[in-house]
Design a protein around this ligand. Structure first.
Ligand code: C2E
Ligand code: MG
Ligand code: MG
Length: 610
C-alpha cells in the first residue's frame, strides 16, 4: 500500500521571480523609508566618515546628500572625539542629545540615536537625527517658569535655594564668608490693601529694579572678583533675598544692608502717586551662623523678625541669644496651642466702684492661663504670643462669650446689675464679623449691649484702618460702650478721641501709683480728667492701691476706681462671695454718701476682710 501522495512541489522556475519581485518591493519600501523618514538617517564607517545620508539629514544640516558623503562626521556633530577616531568611539550606542552644525555655521540641538552594526563583516554605525529645537524651547520656557518669578524676572524660591547651595559651596572652597540677607518690605500690605494689587505689583517690580541697581555698582566689596558676588531673588509676596559672596567680614554685610536700605528710601514713582517704602533686613553669615542651608535660612528669618521688632527700616544680624529667645517663644507658642485645645484659660474679675458712692458698678474680665500642675500665668506673659500666632481670635472670642454668660449667671444669683468690661486686642478688630459675633454673644446670654464695655488700647486707633472704624461704628450703633485702656502711655492724641466714639478713659496705672507724691503725675491725672469730662467721657483710674490715691482722684472728680484698694481680680465664685459679703457690710454699716463712714473706708475694710 502506498500512502496518499503529496501534491508535487511547484516548479522552481516560478518561485524565483516571485521572491525576486518581493525583494525588489522590499528594497523600494526601504528606500522610501530612508528618503522620507521624518528623522534624518546617516551611516558612517569605522573611520567616522559619512557613507550614506538621507535627504532629510542633509536638509537638517543645510546641505546636499552628495556633499556629506565621505566627509568626517566630526565636523557636523558634537560631541566628537579626535578626528579620524573609530566611529564606534565617537558616540556610545543608545540615545543622546547633542548639537549639530549646519553648513552655514549655525547650530541646533538634535536627539541622536546610535547603533553599531557590521555589513558584510565591515563595521558601520547607523545614526538617527532629530531636530529638537522646539522641544528645547518648551523645556527652556518651562524651566524659566519653574525657576524665575514672572513679576520681577528675579530667581524664585526654587532657584534661590540652588544658588544658595552653590554660593555655600564656593564659600567653602574660597574660605571667604558669605552673607544671606532676607528683606521684607515694611507695611507692604497697607499699599496692597489701600492702593490695590496692581499698584502693589508695580512697587514690587520697582523694588526689584532698585535692588539690582544698588548692588550692580557694588563689586568693590567683592574681594575675589570673577563671579558675580550678589544674587537677588524674590521668595514671594514682599520677601526678597540677597546672597552676598566673597566678603571679608560681617561689616561688609552691614555695609551692603545699609546701602540697600538707603536705596529703597528713594521715592517710588507710580502712575499718579509717589510712595516711600522701607525694608527690614535680617542677616546671617555662612559658615559662622550655620553650615546647613535650611538652618541658615531659618536664622536669617529670625534676624529679620528682630529687625522688624527694632522698628523697621533697619537690619539685624542673627545671634545665638536671638536663637534662644526665639526658641523660648516657639516653645511658648506650642504650649499655648495645646492650652487652646485643652481650654486651659480662665477669667478673673476685678471690681470697679463709683468713687463718690463707693458702690460697685462693674467688673473687668482679665484672662489667666492655668497650665496643669503649674501656677496661674498672668496675661502679660502670653497675650502677645497669642496675638502674633493669631490664637487670640479663638481665645478672645471665648473670653467674650464666657464673660457674658458669667454676668448672666450673677444676675440670676441676685447680684446687682453690673457692667462688664472685656479687653480686646487690635488683632480682633481686623475681623469684619466682630460686631456680629458680639451681638450674638450678648443675645445668647441675654445681656443688654449697654452693659458691655470693650477696652481697647491706643495702638489700635493709631493704626486706624477703615475696618476699625467700621467695627467701632457698628458697636456704637448696637449700644456697646468703648473704653480707652492704659490712657496716657501711647500717643494720647486728642484727634482720635474725637474721631472715634470713645465713652470711657482709663488713666494708666503708672500715673496713679505716685499720685499722692509726684506733682507731675498729679498734673497729668488732672489734665486727663478735665479733658475727658469736657469730651463727655467717663474717667476710670486703674491700679488704685491706697486711700490717699483714691482721695486725690475723688477731689479731681474722677468717676470710678479699680485697683487693689477695692480688690484684686478674683475667680467668678470668689467674686460672688465678695459681693455678698460687701452687700452684707453695706446693710450693717450703711454706705450712703451722707453716712459717717466714708465710702473709701468701706472699700479698704472690704479688701482687708476679703
Ligand atoms: P489692663 O486691661 O490694663 O488690666 C489691668 C491690669 O492691672 C491687670 O493685670 C490687673 O490685675 C492689674 N491691676 C489691677 N489693679 C491693680 C493694682 O492696684 N496694682 C497693680 N500693680 N496692678 C493692678 P493683668 O490681669 O495681669 O492683665 C494685664 C493686661 O493683660 C491687661 O491690662 C490687658 O491689657 C491684658 N488682658 C487681660 N485679659 C485680657 C483678655 O481677655 N484679652 C486681651 N486681649 N487682653 C487681656
Ligand atoms: Mg483693661
Ligand atoms: Mg489698663
Amino acid at each position: 500500500m502506498t500512502g496518499p501522495r503529496l501534491p508535487p512541489a511547484g516548479p522552481p522556475a516560478r518561485q524565483l521571480p516571485e521572491r525576486r519581485q518581493s525583494r525588489r518591493n522590499g528594497a523600494r519600501q526601504l528606500l522610501h523609508l530612508f528618503e522620507h523618514s521624518a528623522s534624518g538617517l546617516l551611516t558612517c564607517d569605522a573611520q567616522g566618515r559619512i557613507v550614506l545620508c538621507s535627504p532629510v539629514a542633509a536638509r537638517l544640516l543645510g546641505t546636499e546628500p552628495g556633499t556629506l558623503c565621505g566627509q568626517p562626521l566630526a565636523g557636523w556633530l558634537d560631541p566628537l572625539a579626535a578626528s579620524g577616531a573609530d566611529a564606534a568611539r565617537l558616540f556610545e550606542p543608545g540615545q543622546c542629545e547633542t548639537m549639530a552644525h549646519r553648513a552655514n555655521g549655525s547650530s541646533f540641538p538634535v536627539e541622536l540615536t546610535v547603533s553599531h552594526t557590521r555589513l558584510d563583516g565591515v563595521p558601520q554605525s547607523i545614526l538617527i537625527l532629530r531636530d529638537i529645537t522646539d522641544r528645547r524651547l518648551t523645556q527652556e520656557q518651562l524651566s524659566y517658569l519653574a525657576n524665575f518669578d514672572s513679576l520681577t524676572g528675579l530667581p524664585n524660591r526654587t532657584l534661590f535655594r540652588d544658588r544658595l547651595a552653590q554660593a555655600m559651596a564656593r564659600a567653602r572652597r574660597s574660605r571667604k564668608p558669605m552673607a544671606l540677607m532676607l528683606l521684607d518690605l515694611d507695611k507692604f500690605k497697607l499699599i496692597n490693601d489701600s492702593l490695590g494689587h496692581e499698584v502693589g505689583d508695580q512697587v514690587l517690580r520697582q523694588v526689584a529694579e532698585m535692588l539690582k541697581g544698588c548692588l550692580r555698582g557694588g563689586d568693590s566689596l567683592a574681594r575675589g572678583g570673577g563671579e558675580a558676588p550678589f544674587t537677588v531673588s524674590r521668595l514671594g509676596g514682599d520677601e526678597f533675598t540677597v546672597i552676598a559672596e566673597q566678603l571679608a567680614s560681617p561689616e561688609d554685610a552691614a555695609l551692603i544692608a545699609r546701602r540697600i536700605i538707603e536705596a529703597l528710601e528713594r521715592p517710588i514713582h507710580l502712575l499718579d502717586h509717589e510712595r516711600h517704602v522701607s525694608t527690614s533686613i535680617g542677616i546671617s553669615m555662612y559658615p559662622a551662623d550655620d553650615t546647613d542651608l535650611d538652618g541658615l535660612i531659618r536664622h536669617t528669618d529670625m534676624a529679620m523678625y528682630r529687625a522688624k521688632a527694632m522698628g523697621r527700616g533697619t537690619y539685624s544680624f542673627f545671634s545665638a541669644e536671638l536663637s534662644a529667645e526665639l526658641a523660648a517663644r516657639l516653645q511658648l507658642e506650642n504650649e499655648l496651642r495645646q492650652a487652646v485645645e485643652r481650654q486651659e484659660f480662665v477669667l478673673h474679675y476685678q471690681p470697679k466702684a463709683n468713687l463718690r458712692s463707693g458702690e460697685v458698678v462693674g467688673v473687668e474680665a482679665l484672662i489667666r492661663w492655668q497650665p496643669p500642675g503649674r501656677g496661674l500665668v498672668p496675661p502679660d506673659r502670653f497675650i502677645s504670643a497669642l496675638e502674633d500666632s493669631g490664637m487670640i481670635l479663638p481665645v478672645g472670642a471665648w473670653a467674650i462669650r464666657t464673660a457674658c454668660a458669667e454676668l448672666a449667671a450673677w444676675d440670676r444669683a441676685g447680684l446687682p446689675p453690673l457692667t462688664l468690661a472685656v479687653n480686646l486686642s487690635a488683632r480682633q478688630f481686623g475681623q469684619p464679623f466682630l460686631a456680629g459675633f458680639i451681638r450674638d454673644a450678648l443675645a445668647e446670654a441675654g445681656i443688654s449691649p449697654q452693659r458691655l464695655e470693650l477696652e481697647l488700647t491706643e495702638r489700635l486707633l493709631m493704626e486706624d484702618s477703615g475696618a476699625t472704624r467700621g467695627v467701632l461704628g457698628a458697636l456704637a450703633a448696637m449700644g456697646v460702650r468703648v473704653a480707652m485702656d492704659d490712657f496716657g502711655t501711647g500717643y494720647s492724641s486728642l484727634s482720635y478721641l474725637k474721631r472715634f466714639d470713645i465713652d470711657t478713659l482709663k488713666i494708666d496705672r503708672s500715673f496713679v501709683s505716685e499720685l499722692a507724691s509726684d506733682p507731675e503725675d498729679q498734673a497729668i491725672a488732672t489734665a486727663i480728667v478735665a479733658m475727658g469730662h469736657s469730651l463727655n467721657m467717663k474717667i476710670v483710674a486703674e491700679g488704685v492701691e491706697t486711700e490717699a490715691q483714691a482721695q486725690f482722684l475723688e477731689a479731681l472728680g474722677c468717676d470710678e476706681i479699680q485697683g487693689y484698694l477695692l480688690s484684686r481680680p478674683m475667680a467668678s465664685a470668689a467674686f460672688v462671695e465678695w459681693m455678698r459679703a460687701r452687700q452684707a457690710a453695706e446693710r450693717t454699716y450703711g454706705a450712703a454718701p451722707d453716712s459717717d463712714s466714708h465710702p473709701m473706708t468701706l472699700m479698704t475694710m472690704q479688701t482687708l476682710d476679703g
